[in-house]
Design a protein around this ligand. Structure first.
Ligand SMILES: C[S@@+](CC[C@H](N)C(=O)[O-])C[C@H]1O[C@@H](n2cnc3c(N)ncnc32)[C@H](O)[C@@H]1O
Length: 207
């Protein structure tokens, strides 16, 4: 099964336990004072944070494998997006939000443009360990944000099962520490589909 088949299957069956029905509190807390900029949301699903960011004047660019998720984001707001093809991507857009349906690893800088901030929630936990290293390398080659918010989930004791994969703070520090200074703003325990996980929220700023 390809990754696309796996994730499309999860969306088709409604197995999207990661989706939050409300904008997480860390979003207004960390983006509330950010002047309008372009915000990249990798592996975005149909995250409500994107609508929150767009409503505050940011230009949101998301990437998501599932076309169903991308279409649902607009349909749930009663918005008919413009649709175009751009290489490997189907691009859906409406004022304030552009969603590139396709593979994050196929994104090039021209797809995302100059990005001021990144909101990355639950992307690393979707990927196995070796792919996470490739993901971080691609991210740092793609964008140079002034603010990079990273939301991780970790199981204690850790194991290698997933998705969701357990990603400790030390792994994010190893992946991004050369490029960004990382400040962990908070952790809490959340109940996941397969048991409790620690949610860690980090703020990365360029070194
Ligand atoms: C755990 S969910 C998190 C979704 C979103 N960030 C949120 O907080 O609701 C991971 C998402 O990544 C998508 N995905 C997985 N691999 C991807 C890839 N290589 N490129 C783009 N999207 C991908 C999946 O379809 C899924 O919607």
């Amino acid at each position: 099964m390809t990754d696309a088949e796996f994730w499309n299957g999860r969306w088709a069956r409604g197995e999207t336990g990661w989706h939050e029905a409300e904008v997480p509190a860390h979003v207004p807390a960390l983006f509330g004072d950010l002047p309008p900029t372009r915000v990249f949301v990798p592996l975005c699903g149909k995250s409500l944070a994107m609508a929150w960011l767009a409503a505050r004047g940011h230009e949101v660019v998301g990437v998501e494998l599932s076309e169903q998720a991308c279409r649902a984001f607009f349909a749930e707001r009663g918005v008919e997006p413009a649709v175009r093809h751009d290489g490997a991507f189907l691009v859906l857009s409406a004022p304030g939000v552009t969603l590139c349906c396709g593979d994050f690893f196929a994104l090039r800088p021209e797809h995302v443009g100059e990005v001021g901030a990144v909101y990355d929630r639950a992307a690393l936990i979707a990927l196995p360990r070796d792919v996470r290293a490739r993901y971080a390398r691609h991210m740092t080659a793609l964008v140079r944000p002034r603010l990079f918010v990273q939301v991780l989930y970790e199981r204690v004791p850790a194991d290698e099962e997933g998705p969701p994969f357990s990603v400790p703070r030390a792994e994010a520090e190893a992946l991004y520490g050369d490029t960004f200074a990382i400040e962990w703003t908070g952790s809490r325990i959340v109940e996941g589909r397969i048991g409790p996980m620690h949610e860690h929220v980090g703020v990365l700023t360029p070194r």
